[in-house]
Design a protein around this ligand. Sequence first.
Ligand code: SF4
Length: 387
Amino acid sequence: MKNARSGRRSTNPALYIHLPFCLQKCNYCDFVSYPGQTATAMRAYCRAVSREIELLAATYRPGAAATIFLGGGTPSLLPGGELAALLEQAATVFGLLSGAEISLEANPGTVDAAKYRLLLAAGVNRLSLGVQSFADDLLQAMGRAYRRQEVYRAYRLARQAGFANINIDLIFGLPGQTMAAWQATLTETIALEPEHVAAYSLQLEPGTPWGDLAADGALPLPDEELVLAMYQEAREQLVGAGYDHYEISNFARPGYQCRHNLSYWHNLPYFGVGAAAASYWQDCRWQNHSSLEQYSAALAAGELPVAERETLSLRLQMAETMFMGLRLLAGINLATFLERFGTDARVIYAAELEWLFSQGLVEIKGGHLKLTERGLPLANEVFRQFV
Ligand code: SF4
């Protein structure tokens, strides 16, 4: 049931659980993650997350979760028993739709057969491996804590344990990366036959070692043309190998699109638990404390660990629905937009769309507004029109 005037939908939410621990900090990473934590600190954090799950469910009484995503950080760094306990609690307290997708992010070097079996038994049915590259020199430069052979081991053990839905994350546009090195990584990825591949271009953020080096002009980054050519190479190789290019950076075998991330791209409600996690429920969005101390202290005091909360205007929810939805190659279903907001996107964004049509960046096909082939590499320019 929707409420057109507020844009509300009482959809079953997606549930994200943030586990912000890593072996070491990668040189480009600005995610909230804390390397070098003790096992005791990680266990204490899991107890705090468990309290948050209870408090959140008691406060909002959402429907059963449609998907759960254990992300990070490096969730696979935690003991399998802790992860299984969190999943069991979330499923009990929130409820879980039958056939729900339950994903876990894992890094090579932090998994073994026993942990995989435990996670499968706990209900995890989708494994997302943070591979990033098969080139040892690039892995080392990125500050990743494993090498190519450990990627193969992590993947082989996952298949042997019984994972039937595996994603491989890749990054291109790395300092010193050649087209040949990127092609080799794509070839090795495809040879493993994962169900899903995510290929993102390197994003440099201020305050990270690589972000600071780049600002000083001291990072040998490939030029824009080469990065664009790498993106096109990924599309060609992956689509040629039978993957459906369904989101700007995501490719899936038929039936294996990431349902959790589709919730974000469709701008549907989600709850995020854990330090720095964000939630979007009804007309509100809020973000938790990033600091582990503040996060845990709030929960110890019986409060939700919210650092910032904002009420989203209808106009902002519509804008977010536009630019998130345009990330999908299928685009935005204009009838669904009308049903949700009571307004035709073609009317409310008439001026913006007129310009985008004139530039050949978007088109309407089969009732869907979507990026054109020309608009795909210029997607950020398109999204800016709706902000
Ligand atoms: S493993 Fe992921 S979350 Fe952890 S430091 Fe590296 S990029 Fe960041």
